[in-house]
Design a protein around this ligand. Structure first.
Ligand code: IPM
Ligand code: MN
Length: 353
C-alpha cells in the first residue's frame, strides 16, 4: 500500500513524540513492504507564532491531500491565562475537526495490567476494563450558536437528524465488531436534543438485532464508570458529554499517557494521543511516546492493516514488560528511559520481529 501521511507535531512535547510516532510508522511500513511519505505542517501555538492562525489554510490543504493525519498535541500556557487572547491554539483543533468533517471521535479506554496500580480505582474493579467511547465531534454546544454580553450568555446544543444518525451508526457498527453492547449516553430526562438522540437510537436499534442497546443518563454513566467500568463495551454520546466522560475514562485506567484516539468522518482521518501538550516537559526527552505510537497502530487498522497494528501493540507491550519505560510509569528502582530511547527500542523490536 502507498501511504501519504500529514504530520502535525504541534506544541509542547508534540514534536518529540511525533518523531517517535513517525519512526515506528516507517519501521512498520518497511517490514510489510508499504511505501510511506510524509508532509509536515504547523498548527496550534506554533502556527499562531508563525502566521497568526492556529490552523492555517496551508495546513488544511496538507491534511486534505493526505491519506491520514498523525497529530500530536496543541496548547500553550501563554494563552491559558489570557482572557483577552484573540486566537487560541485550541481553536486550531476545532477548525481541523470541522474542516475535515471529523464527526466521529473514537477513544478506547483500555487497561494495561502492569499499570493498574496507577489507577485511582481499586485493582479488582478496574482490571479488564476495556471499552470504547464514541464521541460526536462536530456538533452540539461546541459549534452551536452562542451569545455573550455583560449580563447574559448562552450556548446552543443543536443536533440534526442526519448528524445523530451517522454517529449512532458508527456506534452500532463498533458494537457489532466487539462485545455487541451499545450504551447510548444522554440527558433525555431534561434536554430536547437528548430526546431526539434517544428516539433515533430506538428507531435504529431493530436494524442491529445482534447488538444489545441500552440507554443511560450522563450523570449516571459518570458514576457507573467508577463503580463498574467493565459494564461498558461501546458508549456513544454527544460532543460535550463525550469530552467530559473521556477525560474520566482516560484516568480511571491509570494509563492516560498510553491512550490513542482516532477522529474520522468525511475527509482525511486524524490519529492523535488523548493527552495534551504538557508544555512543562517540552524538550526534556521525558514524555511518554506510547499514546502517539499506539495512534499509529490505529492508523494502520483504519486502513484494514490489522497485522501492522497488532505488531505495534505487541511491541508496546514488550517494551512495558521489559521495563523500557518513561519516568512517570517506571517501576521504582529501575532506570527511566527517555522519549527517544523508548521509541528507538520499539523500532528495533519491530525490525527484528
Ligand atoms: C479534547 C480537548 C478539546 C475539546 C479542547 C482542547 C478543545 O479537551 O480533545 O477532548 O474540548 O474537545
Ligand atoms: Mn477534552
Amino acid at each position: 500500500m502507498n501511504l501519504h501521511i500529514a504530520v502535525l507535531p504541534g506544541d509542547g512535547i508534540g514534536p518529540e513524540i511525533s518523531e517517535q510516532g513517525v519512526a515506528v510508522t516507517s519501521a512498520v511500513c518497511e517490514k510489510f513492504g508499504h511505501t510511506v511519505s510524509y508532509e509536515y505542517a504547523i498548527c496550534g501555538a506554533t502556527a499562531i507564532d508563525a502566521v497568526g492562525d492556529p490552523f492555517p489554510e496551508e495546513t488544511f490543504q496538507t491534511c486534505l491531500r493526505a491519506d491520514a493525519v498523525l497529530f500530536s498535541a496543541v496548547g500553550d500556557p501563554r494563552f491559558d491565562n489570557d482572557p483577552t487572547a484573540r486566537v487560541r491554539p485550541e481553536q486550531g483543533l476545532l477548525a481541523m475537526r470541522k474542516g475535515l468533517g471529523l464527526y466521529a471521535n473514537i477513544r478506547p479506554v483500555e487497561t494495561f495490567d502492569c499499570l493498574i496500580h496507577k489507577s485511582p480505582l481499586k485493582d479488582d474493579l478496574v482490571r479488564g476494563a476495556d471499552f470504547i467511547c464514541i464521541r460526536e465531534l462536530t456538533g452540539g454546544m461546541y459549534f452551536g450558536e452562542r451569545y455573550q454580553d455583560n449580563d447574559k450568555a448562552y450556548d446552543t446544543n443543536f443536533y440534526s437528524r442526519p448528524e445523530i444518525e451517522r454517529i449512532l451508526r458508527v456506534g452500532f457498527e463498533y458494537a457489532r465488531r466487539r462485545k455487541k453492547h451499545l450504551t447510548v449516553v444522554d440527558k433525555a430526562n431534561i434536554l430536547a436534543s437528548s430526546r431526539l438522540w434517544r428516539q433515533i437510537a430506538q428507531e435504529m436499534a431493530p436494524q442491529y438485532p445482534d447488538v444489545l442497546t441500552d440507554f443511560m443518563y450522563v450523570d449516571n454513566a459518570a458514576m457507573r464508570m467508577l463503580q463498574e467500568p467493565r459494564f461498558f463495551d461501546v458508549m456513544v454520546t454527544e460532543n460535550t458529554f463525550g469530552d467530559i466522560l473521556t477525560d474520566e475514562g482516560s484516568c480511571i485506567t491509570g494509563s492516560m499517557g498510553l491512550l490513542p484516539s482516532a477522529s474520522t468522518g468525511d475527509h482525511t482521518p486524524v490519529f492523535e494521543p488523548v493527552h495534551g501538550s504538557w508544555p512543562q516537559a517540552a524538550g526534556q526527552n521525558i514524555a511518554n511516546p506510547l499514546a502517539q505510537i499506539l495512534s499509529a497502530a490505529m492508523l494502520f487498522e483504519y486502513f484494514g492493516l490489522q497485522a501492522e497494528g497488532q505488531l505495534i501493540r505487541q511491541a508496546v507491550r514488550a517494551s512495558l514488560d521489559a521495563n523500557v519505560r518513561t519516568p512517570e510509569i517506571q517501576v521504582s528502582g529501575a532506570p527511566a528511559y527517555g522519549t527517544r530511547e523508548v521509541g528507538q527500542w520499539i523500532v528495533r523490536w519491530i525490525q527484528s520481529a
